[in-house]
Design a protein around this ligand. Structure first.
Ligand code: FES
Length: 272
């Protein structure tokens, strides 16, 4: 059993939990994820490791309440325990680049933060752009500022930071002369697709963190398959980071929508 040591509501739909999981904390690296089950008969869901401390054995997860399982997870309080907490899974992010731009969209910032932190620790010059729909959804602003040489906050309605999209800020920075070795985009698939359209135009290598449906997390079920260039890749073992200029984003979006009705039905049934 894995005890919830701390719980913090970051915004009305996003919660942070610190879990006692020493064997995960000991080996976790930026970009990796865990798969958890809330109870013995529960669904397995993948969540990226937002932070970890090998000394205390603590692993931080940040999740958005979108379906039945995240709803049940959010109902648990400190001192309650999770049935399973398996990881770290996936390939760690490649932390190389003198001057990098890390872009996070919405709850994707929970993944972008450990990535920005790892680049900062490796001595890279880190520019971070984070984007949200409005001020009520902003998360990790202080944490990003602490690890970034430059930080830009964007919101769709202008209620936090500057009004506009992360892609507009990225293009503005590139046009003003910023020379990024690499861009790392993490967030909704549609956001990552448009970031890649901008960076392709300027020839900047771009890594995206893909978040397809996952079941076993070990490369056996094929649930997380993606087309990357001419190859089929499994996000759980080959990723979740991929060359954004080679990913078939339209195919990924269509697969992510495949179980939408079923997920809504399960969530509504759990609410009754
Ligand atoms: Fe089953 Fe990746 S989750 S192959």
């Amino acid at each position: 059993m894995y005890k919830i040591l701390k719980k913090e509501v970051l915004n009305p739909t996003v919660t942070k939990m610190v879990i006692d999981a020493p064997h995960v904390a000991k080996r976790a690296k930026a970009g990796q994820f865990i798969i958890l089950r809330v109870h013995d008969e529960g669904e397995r869901i993948p969540l990226t490791i937002a932070d970890s401390d090998p000394d205390s054995g603590e692993v931080t997860i940040i999740f958005q309440i979108v379906g039945k399982t995240t709803m049940l997870l959010n109902e648990l309080e400190e001192d309650a325990s999770l049935a399973d907490f398996v990881g770290p899974l996936g390939q760690p992010s490649e932390i190389e680049g003198e001057k990098v731009c890390v872009i996070g969209g919405g709850v994707g910032c929970a993944i972008a933060y450990p990535t920005a932190k790892a680049f900062a620790k490796a001595g890279s010059d880190v520019t971070t752009i984070s984007g949200f729909r409005n001020k009520d959804l902003v998360i990790l602003e202080d944490e990003f500022k602490a690890v970034s040489d430059a930080y830009y906050l964007m919101s769709d309605d202008g209620s936090a930071g500057e009004k506009g999209l992360v892609t507009q800020k990225l293009e503005e920075l590139i046009q003003s002369g910023e020379k990024f070795d690499k861009v790392i985009a993490i967030g909704p698939v549609i956001m990552m697709k448009f970031v890649c359209e901008v960076t392709k135009k300027y020839g900047i290598p771009t890594i995206v963190s893909m978040n397809p449906i996952m079941i076993d997390g070990t490369g056996m079920c094929g649930g997380c398959r993606l087309k990357v260039g001419d190859e089929i890749k499994f996000a759980c073992v080959d990723g979740p980071d991929f060359d954004g200029h080679a990913v078939d984003f339209d195919g990924a979006m269509s697969r992510n929508r495949a179980y939408g009705d079923f997920e809504r039905h399960e969530r509504d049934a759990a609410c009754r």
